[in-house]
Design a protein around this ligand. Structure first.
Ligand code: MSK
Length: 678
């Protein structure tokens, strides 16, 4: 078998790849290998299947066809393919947003009968004020119903700015207006974008890329942002919380249920159902010591942030988890779910259950999830898992021992508290740490795994490099899970990996040097943090002036390019690895990696080399620091270079909160018949 080290940086994954070979199971890595060599035209973005005269392929060496049958050249074909990917990625996030708004509306109208509750009244009222929904002397449910109706109307908004767009810094909005890319509702933007990519419509590649940016913005500042807000209202605003990550969180003596996908409306209900006494009794009767719910991908991030539930792994772990033979049931909803799961699950007794009316997988059992009857569906799924536990063969169970402690649950709303302490809550301490040269800047490292790159290796290499250069890292998605598995989400990671300036700040505040901010839709939280930094003042008047950057080191999904594009459109320098399908067009690369900066203030760096990505990010942060005339970095390569005491120390601002005040106890509320071992 191929060397597992080439396939994953994660020791648990390597162990399971050996186990997969023993079981004769094929995984995503094997299938990817079987496909080689990958189609060179496709990789360059030079294959066009927009009409049925083709597919037309442009010869990158200039020897054969330089245009498709209709006359479309390489630049148009590449731009069209990219725009279609952006439309698809934006649709995924924003349809997620639409679903949770529907559940929110149902919860407001049906009250407790819905099985859902308004958990975060403070945020509900803050949103009502922002959205112009009257709240004085009105019952919460009425306020929520009106807010839900207003939010629902945003998806199809035909004209005028989206409500959440008004959160963006004024200068950013001015740029969008000037470019004509201030987005309307996501439905309108996606339909228009797809229309423009259809045969014989938009033939200017740059105009198409601008339209793609508009759709991406409608997602980032619209659909995704609404999803995050509504989830916080329904399920509670996250607080810093401790938990654990990697396949070692599976419990040999318990019923193991894995939740996988993206929308928390089902997984939150499953967690609640697994804690009900009759369900626990059912598990006891089946011989289990408890019911253990753990997550894969972004559903994992959602239930981690709010419930402290453990994370079994990121995208490339989904098949490996099934191969342990310890998973009794995997329940999935939408996005990033491999169609191969039922075949892999067939190695053992494991049941795969689909729940979304939009996502069926042949070979899996479908138990339709209806938000109007959510509790019953959740209980049925838990009962099926207990039933499956009875068929588990303990002799075939192989659970890697690897698991790692972590702290997660940071948000734009709670960060000021953690950074500034109870009495000085705010972003001022962070800004001062940046201005004084203790922290070089803030970088969002987000996104997926891909079988093209040894799992997690790029995430870890980039994040460790940034930490060593005093860069504070914020994370979402599978990238956050990669770092969680490697121990970078522990406060101690500051001592192990951070440069001295960042180390001082982390020690004073008691947070990890890598802050977990949630799932893919929660990239909207990162936009909100950046906006808050601008609003606080002192390090830039729009996002493009801040010493910040973003990176997707192992991008796989179309959602990743959508997120990258709305980051760039919002003024953020974004390193994207591996190079997406743009290499076939000089015009597209020139625009996205250079010219767009004059318009939005942000730009892409496309590279396959993670070290080049790190160098690009660090150079970008330094150029922004220079433009703002900020103090030189206090430490260079670990050695203090500034005058001691020249700047006020972070610790003079903050009240150390330390781990003791993090939500340590919450994970212990998990539905186990015995307390989790710590
Ligand atoms: S789940 S989109 S592999 S981050 Fe959001 Fe992970 Fe990427 Fe799916």
């Amino acid at each position: 078998m191929p060397n597992p080290q080439d396939r994953s940086a994660d020791p648990a994954a390597r162990e399971m790849l050996i186990r997969a070979a023993e079981l004769g199971a094929k995984t995503v890595w094997d299938r990817h290998e079987d496909l080689k060599p990958l189609c060179g035209f496709g990789e360059l973005g030079l294959c066009c299947d927009v009409c049925y005269m083709g597919p037309c392929r442009i010869d990158p060496f200039g020897e054969r066809a330089q245009v498709g049958a209709c006359g479309a050249d390489a630049h148009l074909i590449v731009a069209r393919n990219l725009a279609r990917a952006v439309a698809c990625g934006a649709a995924a996030h924003s349809d997620h947003g639409r679903e949770v708004v529907a559940v929110f509306r149902h919860a407001a109208e049906a009250g407790s009968a819905s099985g859902y509750a308004i958990s975060n009244v403070e945020k509900l009222m803050a949103l009502a004020a922002e959205w112009g929904v009257p709240s004085a002397n009105r019952p919460e449910r009425q306020v929520a119903a009106d807010l839900a109706a207003r939010m629902a109307s945003q998806f199809g908004l035909q004209d005028g700015p989206l409500v959440p767009l008004l959160r963006a810094p004024e200068e950013q909005r001015r740029r969008w207006e000037k470019m004509g890319i201030a987005p309307r509702g996501i439905d309108r933007e996606i339909v228009e974008l797809l229309h423009r990519t259809s045969h014989g419509v938009e033939s200017d590649p740059v105009a198409l890329l601008r339209a793609a940016m508009r759709a991406a913005l409608a997602d980032g500042w619209g659909g995704s942002m609404i999803a995050t807000d509504v989830q916080d209202v329904l399920f509670g605003g996250p607080m810093a919380i401790r938990s654990r990550a990697n396949l070692g969180v599976l419990e040999a003596q318990q019923v193991n249920i894995l939740v996988h996908g993206h929308e928390p409306v089902l997984s939150e209900m499953l967690v609640a159902a697994s804690r009900e006494s009759d369900m626990l009794e059912l598990a006891r009767q089946a011989g289990a010591e408890g019911i253990n719910i753990a997550g894969i991908c972004c559903t994992a991030n959602e239930i981690l942030m709010r419930q402290g539930m453990p994370i079994a792994g990121n995208y490339l772990h989904q098949e490996l988890a099934l191969l342990t033979g310890a998973v009794d049931l995997m329940v999935v909803d939408v996005q990033c779910v491999m169609p191969s799961l039922p075949q892999v699950a067939a190695c053992h007794h494991t049941k795969v259950v689909t729940t979304s009316s939009k996502a069926h997988v042949p070979g899996a059992e479908h138990i339709g999830f209806d938000a109007h009857d959510a509790r019953r569906t959740a209980r049925e799924i838990v009962a099926r898992a207990v039933e499956a536990f009875g068929r588990r063969d303990p002799a075939r169970v192989h659970i890697p021992s690897h698991r790692m402690d972590l702290v997660a649950g940071f948000t734009n709303e709670n960060l000021p508290h953690y950074l500034g302490g109870r009495f000085r809550a705010g972003y001022r301490p962070l800004i001062d740490a940046i201005a004084s040269g203790r922290i070089r800047g803030v970088v969002a490292v987000v996104g997926c795994n891909t079988a093209r790159i040894s799992q997690d290796s790029h995430h870890l290499a980039l994040v460790r490099r940034l930490l060593s250069q005093d860069v504070l890292v914020v994370q979402t998605g599978c990238s956050a899970i990669a770092c969680a598995k490697a121990g970078l989400l522990r406060p101690e990671a500051a001592v192990e990996y951070a440069g001295p300036g960042l180390q001082e700040v982390c020690a004073a505040v008691g947070v990890p040097p890598v802050l977990h901010l949630g799932s893919c839709v929660d990239n909207s939280r990162i936009l909100a943090v950046c906006t808050a930094l601008v609003a606080e003042g002192g390090i830039g008047s729009d996002l493009s002036e801040l010493p910040i950057a973003a990176a997707a080191p192992e991008a796989m999904s179309e959602k990743a390019i959508t997120i990258g594009l709305y980051a760039v459109a919002s003024g953020v320098f974004t390193a994207f690895t591996p190079v997406p399908r743009v290499a076939g067009s000089r015009v597209v690369r020139q625009y996205l990696e250079h010219d767009v900066e004059r318009e939005t203030g942000g730009r892409f760096l496309f590279t396959d080399d993670i070290e080049e990505a790190a160098r690009g990010i660090l150079a970008h942060l330094d150029s922004k620091r220079k433009a703002l005339n900020l103090a030189p970095m206090m430490y260079q390569d670990g050695v203090r270079s500034g005058a001691p005491g020249a700047f006020r120390a972070m610790s003079t601002y903050v009240q150390p909160i330390g781990l003791a005040s993090l939500g340590c106890g919450k994970a212990q509320e998990r539905s186990q018949l015995r307390p989790p071992e710590e």
